[in-house]
Design a protein around this ligand. Structure first.
Ligand SMILES: Cc1cc2nc3c(=O)[nH]c(=O)nc-3n(C[C@H](O)[C@H](O)[C@H](O)COP(=O)(O)OP(=O)(O)OC[C@H]3O[C@@H](n4cnc5c(N)ncnc54)[C@H](O)[C@@H]3O)c2cc1C
Ligand code: FES
Length: 305
């Protein structure tokens, strides 16, 4: 894996906008140099001059443009509540980029195709092979859509006829992103909501989009959806990020199909750079992996369910 330089520096807030009932987009000044692959995260000290909250909070990179690092966040507890009150021009401390990333995509010279490197565990043996990519299915639970959007953008930038399909599951439609954030990135979008609300936020979903009442796994098994997401040649890559129960349910679903699937994991993090050992989760081949160092991106065969 290519390396990008990790930096620890003060950044200033360039935007902190509420975009729906639950999500905010934070923009901070992009330090020079700062680069990151899709799937990596940054650790943010929300109050640089105070010990409260003491620990930095990890957030995936949602976008990276010339002058700004973008983060999509949901208010969960103390830290993100304080973050949501921060004004443009105030400062934060940012450490990153941290962790590994989604598979890098490579165009092949003579063959008109895009390839990615598959790294998995089979019978306790690590395997690496180059695989051809035709379609990418992104499965997000709630704010787990953040790292997936960045990767979907990278795929579209390749401009190479790869079909991006989004499946976004949320508690209700007040969590769906406004269409502007997804419209150029996905060819087909499916949304699932577990609770239907009356008089709720209008997400301007139209055309080929499909809204389903139920959870993401029910949606994957729906007749209207199955014909879009399945592929006999297995040239489809699944990218998944969301709450733990959704990730585990997806792994069980995929055991029937065996698609290449990469998961973006979350865990509580003390340090974010492999010192505190607080982010350990069990591996499928025994022992533990550390989400901040061995992840957050792992092949679905890597973790124990
Ligand atoms: C690699 C990684 C990338 C992440 N990317 C994003 C992102 O792009 N956008 C986003 O909104 N959030 C993201 N998170 C989760 C985010 O770090 C937590 O929501 C945040 O730290 C909560 O801080 P808090 O002080 O508001 O809540 P706290 O007061 O610390 O906790 C409030 C509640 O939030 C939940 N929580 C806290 N930390 C985590 C965590 N690490 N994982 C799961 N649940 C947690 C728990 O239920 C807890 O009870 C990411 C986490 C990791 C590990
Ligand atoms: S967060 Fe400290 S080791 Fe991973």
């Amino acid at each position: 894996m290519e390396k990008v330089k990790i930096i620890d520096t003060q950044v200033s807030i360039t935007k902190n906008d509420r975009i729906n009932e639950h999500f905010y987009i934070l923009g901070v000044s992009r330090p020079d140099p700062f680069d990151a692959f899709a799937g990596q995260f940054v650790n943010i000290q929300i109050e640089p001059d105070s010990l409260n909250p003491l620990l930095r909070r990890p957030f995936s990179i949602f976008y990276l443009d010339k002058y700004e690092i973008g983060i999509l966040y949901q208010v969960k507890g103390e830290g993100t509540k304080i973050l949501s009150t921060k004004k443009v021009g105030s400062t934060l401390k940012l450490l990153g980029p941290l962790g590994n990333h989604f598979p890098e995509l490579k165009k092949s010279g003579d063959d008109i195709a895009v390839y990615y490197k598959k790294e998995s565990i089979s019978n306790n043996i690590s395997c690496i092979e180059m695989k051809k990519l035709k379609k990418a299915v992104f499965i997000a639970g709630g704010v787990g859509i953040a790292p997936l959007i960045y990767y979907a953008k990278k795929i579209k930038e390749l401009d190479f006829n790869i079909q991006n399909i989004l499946i976004h599951g949320c508690k209700n439609n007040q969590y769906f992103l406004p269409e502007d954030y997804t419209k150029y990135l996905f060819d087909i979008k499916f949304f699932s909501q577990e609770v239907e609300l009356e008089n709720s936020f209008n997400s301007s979903i139209s055309g080929k989009d499909f809204i389903y009442d139920g959870n993401v796994i029910d949606l994957l098994n729906n007749n209207n959806v199955e014909k879009y997401i399945h592929d006999d040649d297995r040239k489809t890559l699944y990218l998944v990020c969301g709450p733990d129960p959704m990730i585990k349910a997806f792994i069980k679903w995929n055991l029937n199909y065996g698609y290449d699937a990469y998961l973006s994991l979350e865990s509580f993090m003390g340090c974010g750079f492999n010192v505190c050992l607080g982010c350990a989760i069990p591996r499928s081949d025994g022992g533990y992996l550390y989400v901040c160092k061995d992840g957050p991106i792992v092949h679905y065969t890597t973790i124990s369910i």
